[in-house]
Design a protein around this ligand. Structure first.
Ligand code: ASP
Length: 344
């Protein structure tokens, strides 16, 4: 692998990774990320050109909104031709949402966009941040015959590289914070970084990067639970200005079969609301033909989310609604894989 002349842009957005302990108060405070080499002197050992951009102020990722995703993709587009790869440092809480959104907003991507962060601040002795940052840079820079090894939006965390739109944060405490239950890791870092080439998407034609920046967040979520009441279902499905609902169902896409429930669903579908069936299970897929309690949803006009994650469903719906398509066209588009977020 040729390491000379490679340039990587590190975009710091916030989150635990960019913090250190104030020696006087013990509290965590963000440090000046442009001086990252002071905190991580190991970076000097890379023979790449490493540049940094810091978003100001750095944010806790719980504060992230679609405007922030637009700011990120515009930053990537402005720098796209100048760099071989991008590393985005981001809080872990909503990293999977951001990775999903970027995978849909950046069309014709042919360079690595690697998101990472940490559970412990980079300035702390036992931090996982250094390892995550160093490996993420290594992966963003990895190429063969001038072609990047992973031209996708990914999350690297605790030794594993995942397709970003397949991930979920599943652990608030362990270093191993992310999972991708429906898609294998794209790479695993041990003594060497081993790439799973068969699972990485490579563009077949060279096309210019296109960014999609119109996002419409008029969506809602209805998570089912035993004992859910008609009043609650009605309130969610009739919330003002909602154009699409993620229906979080049981198992392979099942829901209560009571007439009042189906009646509410049918009325919402008739009003033109897109209802996407996403299972509450982390692994496996919606299959509305499997049980009667799924088939009734299909017959009522609910659309299958297949094995999409909740995070990817949120981002995909916002992007499709942003195209201002009629609901019938959105229903046709949502079942197609846009960036490898669903199988099949
Ligand atoms: N609350 C933090 C965030 O998501 C946690 C982290 O950085 O991992 O921004």
């Amino acid at each position: 692998m040729n390491r000379e002349g490679i340039s990587i842009l590190i975009i710091y957005t916030g989150g635990t990774i960019g913090m250190k302990q104030n020696p006087e108060t013990g509290a965590l405070v963000p440090f000046n990320f442009n001086q990252i080499e002071v905190e991580v002197p190991e970076l000097k050992k890379f023979h790449y050109k490493l540049d940094t951009i810091s978003f100001t102020p750095p944010v806790d990722s719980s504060d992230i909104s679609p405007d922030f995703w637009v700011k990120l993709v515009v930053t990537i587009q402005e720098n796209y031709k100048k760099y071989d790869g991008f590393v985005i440092l981001h809080g872990t809480d909503t990293m999977s949402f951001t990775a999903s959104a970027l995978s849909f907003m950046l069309q014709n991507l042919d360079k690595p966009i690697i998101l990472t962060g940490s559970q412990l601040p980079i300035g702390m002795l036992r931090t996982d941040g250094k390892e995550n940052l160093i490996s993420a840079i290594e992966i963003a820079a990895a190429s063969r015959n001038g072609q990047p090894l992973v031209p996708e939006v990914c999350i690297f965390f605790e030794n594993r590289l995942f397709r970003g739109n397949r991930t979920t944060k599943h652990n608030a405490e362990h270093f191993n914070a992310f999972r991708s239950d429906n898609y294998p890791p794209l790479a695993e870092a041990g003594i060497n970084i081993k790439y799973n080439f068969a699972y990485i998407h490579y563009p077949t034609n060279k096309r210019d990067l296109i960014i999609h920046t119109n996002l419409d967040n008029s969506i809602g979520v209805l998570k089912l639970f035993p004992g859910i009441t008609p009043l609650f279902v009605d309130a969610v499905l009739n919330a003002q200005d909602v154009k699409a609902i993620i229906l979080e169902t049981f198992g392979s896409g099942n829901a209560p079969s009571q007439p009042w429930f189906l009646d509410c669903i049918k009325k919402a579908v008739d009003k033109g609301i897109v209802i996407l069936n996403v299972t509450q299970c982390h692994a496996g897929s919606v299959d509305m033909d499997k049980y009667e309690n799924g088939l009734i949803l299909k017959n009522a006009g609910v659309i299958s989310g297949f094995d999409i994650t909740f995070e990817a469903a949120v981002a995909k719906l916002m992007l499709l609604l942003g195209k201002k398509l009629p609901s019938e066209s959105i229903k046709q588009e949502i079942v197609k894989s846009m960036s490898g977020e669903i199988s099949g």
